[in-house]
Design a binder for this molecule. Structure first.
Ligand SMILES: [Mg+2]
Length: 377
């Protein structure tokens, strides 16, 4: 039996900035809950950290003509079949790829379409893709702190909370970063897996020095030591170091991954939904990595919708080792009670509800809504 559905509209709830605790490394800007409506009793919902991108999606819904001549037909979002995801999104990308925000706007559309399809078929998304596993180990992903003592304290808290792996976001001064890595390794012992993510902070020379130190400390991966734009520098680092060098989460389209791989500029990839157009884009990057024998470690650092969008892919691919859990636990929770948590062995488990697997806490959302934008009105 073929299910016939049509997209009938979009509603965007612009939300007051969340009051993050002092520790959260996050910009407090209005976020948005995005809801795509259909002619059945089924809607697709996701969240965008930046409300302006959600407003842009409403503009795309209003658009009735194509901007660029294209070999493909222009698909109007109203009346489109939510099951025609590939056709809708190819059309979207062909029309808007030149806009800086296109991957993020496409991400909201894509995640809502997956949510609709999952709800229509009463299946969680990872099962629709094809499940590989039902749980995955999580690493605690720290905030950035000022002192070595803070990192040691936080690392010990992570271990107390059941994590077997920790990724350090260091102060981003290479000498101090080495001190932090030594102190944390010393404090947690050899049994805990450690990774370092200085978020593009170093020069090529500094990156090599830090890399050699964390190799001695038996770190598991070395993420974004230098800017992703320095492809030759990354390739040189990959050649010079034994530790796995990861990059990619700040690439702003799926196509740039091909160049990173072709030029041997990464040992493994990182990937983030809002930069590659959502679940569909991440899945393509993960499969590309798989074919080249590479890991694709997905970035699940964010609000609950972002976390589960990444989790569904992790559960349906083999080449990802960890779920990234922001620490302190729950620091980015908002808008729902269906939040991802670890069990006592440090694993996160598959969402059980259909689609993305998240129910909206409408009381909270209504309480935080500044404005609702809808199309058609
Ligand atoms: Mg990172």
């Amino acid at each position: 039996m073929v299910i016939e559905m049509k997209i009938t509209g979009i509603k965007v709830y612009i939300l007051k900035p969340q009051e993050f605790s002092r520790e959260a490394t996050r910009i407090n800007v209005p976020s948005a809950l995005v809801q795509i409506l259909t002619d059945e009793e089924i809607d697709g919902i996701t969240m965008l950290e930046e409300a302006s991108h959600a407003e842009e999606l409403v503009m795309k819904f209003k658009t009735g003509r194509k901007w660029l001549r294209s070999t493909e037909d222009f698909i109007q979002l109203i009346d489109a079949d939510p099951f025609d995801r590939e056709r809708i999104e190819k059309s979207f990308w062909n029309q808007y790829f030149f806009q800086r925000t296109a991957p993020s706007v496409l991400c909201a559309l894509d995640e809502c379409l997956w949510d609709i399809v999952g709800k229509a078929l009463k299946m969680p998304i990872y099962k629709l893709i094809g499940a590989y596993r039902e749980k995955i180990p999580a690493f605690a992903s720290t905030q950035s702190y000022g002192s070595v003592e803070d990192y040691v304290r936080v690392a010990l808290e992570c271990v107390e909370n059941g994590f077997k792996a920790i990724k350090i976001h260091p102060p981003r001064y290479w000498k101090r970063d080495i001190e932090v890595c030594r102190a944390v390794r010393d404090a947690v012992g050899e049994e805990v897996t450690l990774m370092l993510d200085p978020f593009h902070a170093y020069t090529r020379e500094e990156a090599l020095k830090v890399g050699r130190e964390i190799e001695k400390l038996n770190f598991y991966w070395y993420e974004d030591p230098i800017p992703t734009t320095d492809i030759d520098g990354l390739a040189e680092l990959c050649r010079s170091l034994d530790i796995s060098v990861l990059t990619g989460e700040n690439v702003h389209d799926i196509y740039s991954y091909a160049e990173i791989i072709r030029r041997n500029a990464a040992d493994g990839l990182r990937c983030l939904d809002v930069n590659v157009g959502g679940i569909t884009g991440m899945l393509k990057v993960a499969h590309l990595a798989e074919l080249f024998g590479m890991k694709c470690e997905l970035h699940s650092w964010g609000h609950p919708w972002q976390q589960v969008a990444h989790l569904h892919i992790m559960l349906s691919i083999k080449n990802c080792d960890f779920f990234e859990m922001p620490f302190p636990i729950g620091i980015f929770d908002q808008g729902t009670r269906d939040v991802v948590r670890i069990d006592r062995e440090g694993y996160v488990h598959a969402p059980r509800k259909p689609g993305l697997g998240i129910d909206v806490d409408w009381d909270e959302i209504r309480g935080r809504t500044i404005r609702v934008i809808a199309w058609p009105k």
